[in-house]
Design a protein around this ligand. Structure first.
Ligand code: GLA
Length: 330
């Protein structure tokens, strides 16, 4: 008997780089996903680049460390998540592998523990000092909802996304080399700023104390809370404003945007049906998230690709999607 487990990618609506500062995030699982099939021997993948097995090894190690007796298990991975697009193909790989291994071991773990084990695999085996957002979203996503997570208490709340809004993801087609080292450098900046202010993390900073990195984190946490309100009220103007402010803050204060992301967000302003646009994920390339009137979403995506092409000469890949269900058996 073959057994299959799916794990979706994620897009973050707002709350960027706040997860490793004990702050708030609001991702949604998306319809693009990775499927792990248990069977045969060895690990195979139809599309992952060199180096993908270390994520699977990392997960195996973390599960065994937690006392799960994972046997030697054959796994084949297939994915519809584009690589390097900032849509958490690695979290989806980790989570699908974890579910498959748990099944093979006849074991079980709380979803939050699986998320933490997969996060730890990424920190230890890949060397990215990431937060828990991506793995959490892949596991806890619910169709039609964003997941608002408090990264300190790890409590979450589902926020319905109005049915007449579509998520349009636009992949800039670039992934800058710096991404991983700069990511770790931002994390170190935040920790240094927190120490200077005498707080355990920037979540607790009441003001930014003149520090640009802190100013992003403090203002972004506030924006997540306001965005949840705006979404509930279907207040399109407020949503658009908060997404624009988030992008500016990431560009100017946190310095994780790039010309291509700025061009994509700029191009979106001229397209039909836009509610709000910003970069999503770690930055330095990858994708933007656009909240768009659902009935205009395909036309929006067409116009956006054309506007981006005009500005950069690059062909963008766009995805009109909805918030999807979190990981589980197929
Ligand atoms: C990457 C990390 C997440 C998060 C985002 C930025 O996706 O894996 O933990 O920090 O960047 O918000």
């Amino acid at each position: 008997m073959t057994k299959r487990f799916r794990a979706p990618g994620r897009v973050n609506l707002i709350g960027e780089h706040t997860d490793y500062n004990d702050g708030f995030v609001m991702p949604a699982a998306i319809e693009l996903e990775t499927v792990a099939t248990v069977g045969g021997s060895g690990w195979h993948s139809t599309d992952e680049p060199t180096g993908w097995t270390k994520y699977v090894e990392g997960v195996l190690k973390q599960l065994r460390q937690r006392g799960v007796a994972v046997p030697d298990v054959g796994l084949t991975f297939e994915s519809t998540i584009p690589l390097g697009a900032g849509l958490s193909s690695s979290a989806a790989l980790e989570v699908s592998a974890a579910l498959a291994m748990l099944w093979a071991a006849n074991g079980s773990m709380e979803k939050i523990e699986i998320a933490k084990a997969c996060q730890q695999a990424e920190i230890e085996t890949v060397g990215l000092g990431c937060g828990v957002m991506d793995q959490f979203a892949s596991l806890h996503g619910v169709e039609g909802h964003a997941v608002m997570l408090d990264c300190r208490s790890l409590e979450h709340r589902l926020v319905p996304i109005p049915k007449n809004l579509a998520l349009v993801i636009a992949d800039t087609g670039v992934k800058h080399q710096l991404a991983s080292s700069e990511y770790n450098a931002r994390r170190a900046d935040c920790e240094a700023a927190a120490r200077k202010m005498g707080v355990s993390s920037l979540r607790d900073a009441a003001t930014h104390g003149g520090d640009r990195r802190a100013r992003h984190i403090v203002s972004e946490n506030r924006r997540v809370l306001q965005f949840a309100e705006a979404l509930a009220q279907e207040d399109r103007k407020a949503m658009g404003q908060l997404m624009a402010e988030s992008h500016e803050s990431l560009r100017v204060d946190y310095e994780v945007s790039c010309d291509e992301l700025d061009a994509m967000v700029g191009a979106a302003q001229e397209c039909v049906g836009l509610v709000g646009a910003r970069m999503t994920g770690g930055g330095f390339g990858g994708s933007t998230i656009n909240l768009v009137e659902a009935e205009l979403a395909s036309e929006f995506a067409r116009q956006l690709a054309a506007g981006y092409r005009e500005r950069t000469g690059i062909e963008a890949r766009t995805y009109v999607t909805q918030a999807a269900a979190g990981a589980g058996p197929v």
